[in-house]
Design a protein around this ligand. Structure first.
Ligand code: ZN
Length: 226
């Protein structure tokens, strides 16, 4: 295309079929696993720390991740993702649980040096986490097949080496309460995505890294850096 815009991200099932929901905003939580808060020398928050990535941050996980030197270090954060199927506003935990349509795995890409610099200046760190391509997103597994409210394992290997391992049971704020809390500030709409935080082991990506992201060992997605 002459304007340099690529066709946008679309939600898809594992078999490649398009899911008939718009790609919405991505509502995220920081420090939802105690060990990750610790590794970045951050206190464990009393309430979930929320932020949003715009829909323009979404790209299919299978697309190569372009790293640009001038951006400084780009960190991976592997996270369980939820696809919202029903509107949620001031929702109860129970309503929230019933609104999850599908489960996926995403990377919350973070320009860490830029983020640290912005945090120091007490500025919003949007650009460090909301830039185009900052949310590589896998295909989706229906909740009937993989319910994120059960214990869900996630794992990231880079070049064959395990870097991140976690389990949803170790979240500081569990998924129903997290969605309920989010919905008291941001209405969640069908097609929106929620990222549920990253376990310990975050680090910088390097050119030609090969990444393998898995959920419960049997759902596996791969990508690489260029
Ligand atoms: Zn994150």
């Amino acid at each position: 295309m002459s304007d340099g815009l690529k066709p946008g991200y679309q939600h898809r099932w594992l078999n490649g079929d398009v899911i008939d929901l718009p790609a919405g905003k991505v509502v995220c939580v920081g420090r939802n696993y105690a060990a990750h808060a610790k590794e970045l020398n951050n206190p464990i928050p009393e309430k979930p720390i929320l932020f949003i990535k715009p829909s323009t941050a979404l790209v299919p996980l299978s697309e190569p991740i372009p790293l640009r030197e001038e951006q400084g270090g780009c960190h991976y954060e592997t996270e369980i993702a939820l696809l919202i199927g029903k509107p949620l506003k001031n929702a109860s935990s129970q309503q929230a649980s019933q609104a999850i349509k599908a489960t996926g795995i995403a990377l919350d890409l973070t320009l860490r040096e830029l983020q640290t610099q912005l945090k120091k200046q007490s500025h919003p760190w949007e650009i460090a986490k909301g830039f185009d391509g900052a949310c590589p997103m896998s295909e989706w597994v229906p909740v009937s097949e993989l319910n994120p409210l059960d214990k869900t394992e996630l794992q990231l290997t880079i070049n064959g080496e395990i870097r991140q391992q976690g389990n949803s049971r170790d979240m500081i704020t569990a998924i129903p309460e997290l969605l309920s809390y989010m919905s008291s500030y941001f209405t969640l709409e069908p097609g929106d995505i929620v990222l549920t935080g990253t376990p310990a082991g975050v680090g910088a990506l390097h050119r030609f890294d090969r990444l393998e992201l898995t959920m419960n060992r049997n759902y596996q997605f791969t990508t690489q850096c260029t």
